[in-house]
Ligand binder design. Sequence first.
Ligand code: NAD
Length: 472
Amino acid sequence: MIDEKQISEIVKKVITDMGADQAPKRKQVGVFESMDDAIEACNKAYELFRHYNKEQRENIIKEIRRLTHEEAEIMAKLAVEDTKMGNVYHKILKHHLVADKTPGTEDLTTKALSGDRGLTLIEMAPYGIIGAITPSTNPSCTVICNSIGMLAAGNGVVFNPHPHAKRISAYAVDLVNRAVLAAGGPENIVVTVENPTMDTSNTMVNHPSVRMLVATGGPGVVKMLLSSGKKAIGAGAGNPPVVVDNTADVPKAAKDIIDGCTFDNNLPCIAEKECFVVNEVADELISGMQKNGAYLLNKEQTKQLEEVVLVDMPPKNPGGKAKKVINKDWVGRDAKKILAQIGINVGDDIRCIICETEFSHSFVQTELMMPILAIVRCSTFEEAMEMAVKAEHGNRHTAHLHSKNVDHMTAYAKAVCTTIFVKNAPSYSGIGFNSEGHTTFTIAGPTGEGITSASSFTRQRRCVLVDSLSII
Ligand code: NAD
């Protein structure tokens, strides 16, 4: 006979063992102390996994999707707790988006060439083991999104996550392994280390078993991977401008911009980071933003805010100029908490801080990743577009426009040359949220794969049969 207390203890233990607890007591699957051990385990798993057909891989992916939905809330909470950044509710939505809209094996296609001399097939084959570096801003979403695409393509994956997101990243790696095991796949086909550092990153990048590298993060990591001498995909920083012209549905534009800019406290690399509006509709836009949870700062308050969210980086060379960089303590924080730092206390309805600035202001030029939006008034659409192109800094990442003028849409798209260009919607529509198209958390602008998916993680192989199997 067991009493109620014993039953509740058993249930608690089972939940913990299943990993549905935020800090599982059991050893997490795929999480190693040393990078060398992690890669060795992944190598062993890959020797089995390379014989799995698409149907078997798809079964694994189905299970990853299921567990991601099931544990979205746990991961969202843990991500905010671990990184001290972002918004739990929005992170829940992001996990569901990853589970629903990251392509699986259906993304892999074969090209066939047939003719008088036979049949040639060009197939999408795995690379082998991929080394992936992931950011602190979307930690578990990137691990799960990369895992779905890379496993669908038949690869194994070694992650070196951001050190400030190591707990949540390890949780996601464990989740993927639980899914793989439940679907009959090999243990450790996705691995990571408990304590990721620059050293573990170097070991991963230089390991001969790691055939391809994928970096999702700022310019430093992309540059490092692209100099590795291996095939690399780089998904780097953005500073997405949004332009509003005089043909826009201004009240809708105001709401869309604030919705996009505040999503997960502005952590997404695609989120609106600065706004260029033509004079004619500027007042209406700003008052529309205020109606949608924006707090407008005056000049003096803007100056005070600069002192909080930016810090001086000493010059690299003697005699050089100090540079303003973001104060990481405020990245991804709530607008309300940021405002409190300059003595402004507001209610929960305030979700964004807006201010009018010059084009050269640091809030325009710097990728803040905070719910702060600098607004620059422009005399014409052409001036707004020119400034937006400059503020994007050639990242080729993301740009936004609110307009009903097709010529403006075309001209801006051509001039800014970004991977993602969203019109008349919040920025998150660019990654398939309430819009058509698949999602990714690795947007490869610098290396050109764009909205990455399983096919991005493949190598082409040609299979030739001469004078046979062409049946006409
Ligand atoms: P980050 O660049 O600080 O870190 C990203 C990853 O790279 C981490 O794992 C970090 O440990 C590692 N890293 C950083 N510099 C490195 C170096 N020199 N050598 C080796 N590893 C290095 O970025 P973050 O703060 O976590 O994320 C925010 C940045 O990432 C923003 O710039 C954002 O725009 C960008 N981002 C881009 C995408 C995309 O899909 N293009 C997605 C998410 C984030």
